[in-house]
Write a protein that binds this ligand. Structure first.
Ligand SMILES: Nc1ncnc2c1ncn2[C@@H]1O[C@H](COP(=O)(O)OP(=O)(O)OP(=O)(O)O)[C@@H](O)[C@H]1O
Length: 296
């Protein structure tokens, strides 16, 4: 990593050079996308998994970095909790790279839980966690990827900041639920992203409704407000709404979420948001950034 203080150009360079951002040593990644929610347990890892599956279904080469180092859940989503990361030699003697675990659909996945026993806690503090995560990003043999999705840790703490400041994140996808308490905290992350100049593509409203088994009617569980109006309050485009689906939970518990998300048309809706080209995404975020929408 080039440090500005020791760089010949110093601070006179264009900010867009992004030379202070880390890069993968063993691969090429076109788009790095952070999936984030200020609040824990709203379905961020589930949404990361669904997005990865849907992108893969469209034919993209996809990777997932489980950035929730102390509470990793991506191995469970993909039913890979018994798998272990491999290590491969590099051109440098005694230096090894991580070999990601591939899911059934060929999504390259890296998680701390591929390296330790599932129930083993990591008693590490902020800077160590950030450094380990950077190493997982830089030292993994990703090969060529169209998308790397990072399942970000909950909150606006050390690790989330490390990712936003030092990873080459193209944009963030916010995950929220239709509860004012949650959207208030998600708003903090939106504001954090704005301060750190990371575009936010929009919000995916998880647990948005439940569908009646008999008549198919959509019923709101947490609020009478629409997902659109909640997204508007956050000043973000609504990318998709996902229902509470007990079948999905059961497949998740059984390690079959990947197959469920790939074969259930209910989840195709999430991809509509990704059909826009990058230009459109950036133009939209610039416009969104200009509006300051106070939390109500
Ligand atoms: N749309 C959904 N339908 C049914 N169950 C869901 C849905 N979304 C999430 N869940 C369930 O809710 C629980 C929490 O989801 P998940 O682990 O994705 O949340 P998270 O925000 O990543 O949590 P953490 O803050 O711990 O990282 C999981 O057991 C998951 O199976």
């Amino acid at each position: 990593m080039i440090k500005c203080a020791t760089c010949a150009v110093k601070n006179k360079c264009l900010k867009d050079m992004k030379c202070d951002l880390i890069k993968p040593k063993y691969g090429k990644i076109k788009h790095v996308v952070g999936v984030i929610s200020g609040k824990g347990g709203v379905g961020k890892s589930t949404v990361t998994g669904v997005l990865a599956v849907q992108l893969r279904k469209l034919g993209y080469k996809v990777g997932v970095l489980d950035g929730d180092i102390t509470g990793p859940s991506m191995p469970r989503f993909f039913g890979l909790e018994k798998e272990r990361t491999g290590y491969a030699p590099t051109d440098v003697e005694n230096v090894f790279k991580f070999v990601p675990v591939e899911t059934g659909l060929g999504i390259k996945t890296i998680s701390m839980n591929f390296m330790i026993e599932e129930e083993e806690p990591l008693l590490w503090k902020g800077p160590v966690l950030g450094n380990v995560l950077m190493q997982l990003f830089t030292d993994t043999d990703w090969g060529e990827l169209d998308y790397l999705l990072i399942d970000m840790p909950p909150g606006t703490g050390d690790v989330a900041m490390t990712i936003m400041e030092q990873f080459p994140v193209d944009y963030l996808v916010m995950v929220s639920t239709p509860q004012n308490m949650v959207s208030m905290i998600v708003q903090k992350v939106v504001n954090m992203a704005e301060k750190l100049e990371i575009p936010v593509k929009g919000v995916i409203q998880n647990l948005s409704y439940i569908k009646c088994n008999h008549c198919g009617e959509k019923m709101n569980v947490f609020t009478r407000n629409t997902a659109e109006s909640q997204a508007e309050k956050m000043g973000l485009p609504l990318l998709a709404e996902l229902p509470i689906n007990p079948d999905f939970s059961e497949h998740l518990e059984a390690g079959q979420a990947e197959r469920f998300a790939a074969t259930n048309p209910e989840y195709d809706v999430i991809m509509e948001a990704f059909r826009n080209d990058e230009q459109e995404i950036y133009a939209r975020n610039k416009a969104v950034k200009k509006k300051t929408i106070p939390f109500l």
